[in-house]
Ligand binder design. Structure first.
Ligand code: IPM
Ligand code: MG
Length: 353
């Protein structure tokens, strides 16, 4: 098949890991006889430096005319002056919004060999396989903001249709898994959460009688994620709770560097990114873990291009590299030899051939 893939390397380790994911995609194209055209565009701090705008219109146009977008990471100390009016993160949020990718899928997969990399006891990690479905284009991230000398506000708004559509995405995904859905809110305090809970219960009762539904308050969910993570199948939650809970959940996998994400809307065009940030402290040192970006490329093949076999091949190659002992610094145990970003990529590519 032919496909246009936009690459948005962004900042920090973003360019390092995006290059690895591109190399893996090219290997897949060669092996399975596809033609992928890669277009590299500016976003984040790199775009601020180049043209003063974290999401230039040329980048938007390129993404909108592509089949899928793969992003590295945005942000860094150079652009994080709290009083700055232009910030790299604005580019990412605007991109999510203009692409209409309201459903952010963050699967948390545990590699048995990495159990030692997690701060949790191995017996708690046994059987963990969960998927967080985070609402991505609404809530407090996108509400009106105000600031004066002595006060500030961020408005959190949710509309019924935004909740319905994300709950449907999550419930359909649960149907293909263990048929359990946990909806996370803060309905004891927030009005938006009470709407979230009512709407979720309504959609689930009316359309998904086959799914077992659990509701948790976000504070309790944060605790249960650590005390009984293997009980969870699909978790659905609003934008900011999903942001926080997925950083927490990443520790089950040992490192944020392992985890991918897919952001989807109503079309097949999606935005794919590792869940880690720009890690400016290790940028350009060649030691970043490319697995999250490469696993994001696998999700891109699955969800935007419908290439299930190729996606599975990449995921199997990552598992094999890990099983064979390939370890970047973030997932190395004491005494393990640590390999570089490119060596990890080569190990994964060997598993594809
Ligand atoms: C994420 C990140 C972003 C978010 C930042 C960079 C704006 O933390 O993708 O989880 O908060 O959504
Ligand atoms: Mg985050």
């Amino acid at each position: 098949m032919e496909a246009v893939i936009v690459l948005l390397p962004g900042d920090g380790i973003g360019p390092d890991v995006t290059a690895c994911a591109k190399q893996v995609l090219q290997t897949v194209a060669d092996k399975y006889d596809h033609r992928f055209t890669f277009r590299e565009e500016l976003t984040g701090g790199a775009a601020i430096d180049a043209c003063g705008d974290p999401l230039p219109s040329a980048t938007v146009d390129s993404c909108e005319s592509s089949d899928a977008v793969l992003l590295g990471a945005v942000g860094g100390p150079r652009w994080s002056d709290p009083n700055a009016t232009v910030r790299p993160e604005q580019g990412l949020l605007k991109l999510r919004s203009v692409l209409g990718v309201y459903a952010n899928l963050r699967p948390v997969k545990i590699y048995d060999e990495l159990a030692g990399a997690s701060p949790l006891k191995p017996e708690i990690l046994e059987g963990v396989d969960l998927l967080v479905v985070r609402e991505l284009t609404g809530g407090i991230y996108f509400g009106e903001k105000t600031r004066d000398a002595n006060s500030a506000s961020d408005l959190c708004v949710y509309h019924t249709h935004e909740i319905e559509r994300i709950v449907r995405v999550a419930a359909r995904l649960a149907q293909g898994r263990r048929k359990k859905l946990c909806s996370v809110d803060k309905a004891n305090v927030l009005e938006t959460s009470r709407l979230w809970r009512d709407t979720t219960n309504h959609v689930m009762a009316a359309e998904f009688a086959d799914i077992e539904v659990e509701t948790l308050l976000v504070d309790a969910a944060a605790m249960h994620l650590l005390s009984r993570p293997s009980d969870f199948d699909v978790i659905v939650t609003e934008n900011m709770f999903g942001d926080i809970l997925t950083d927490e959940a990443s520790m089950l996998a040992g490192s944020m560097g392992m985890l991918p994400s897919a952001s989807l809307g109503d079309s097949t065009r999606g935005l794919y990114e590792p869940i880690h940030g720009s890690a400016p402290d290790i940028a350009g040192r060649g030691i970043a873990n490319p697995c999250g970006a490469i696993a994001s490329a696998a999700l891109l093949l699955r969800h935007s291009l419908g290439l299930e076999q190729e996606a599975t091949a990449i995921e199997t190659a990552i598992s094999k590299a890990i099983a064979d002992g390939a370890r970047t610094a973030d997932i190395a145990a004491r005494g393990d030899s640590r390999i570089s970003t490119t060596e990890m990529t080569d190990a994964i590519i060997r598993g594809l051939n």
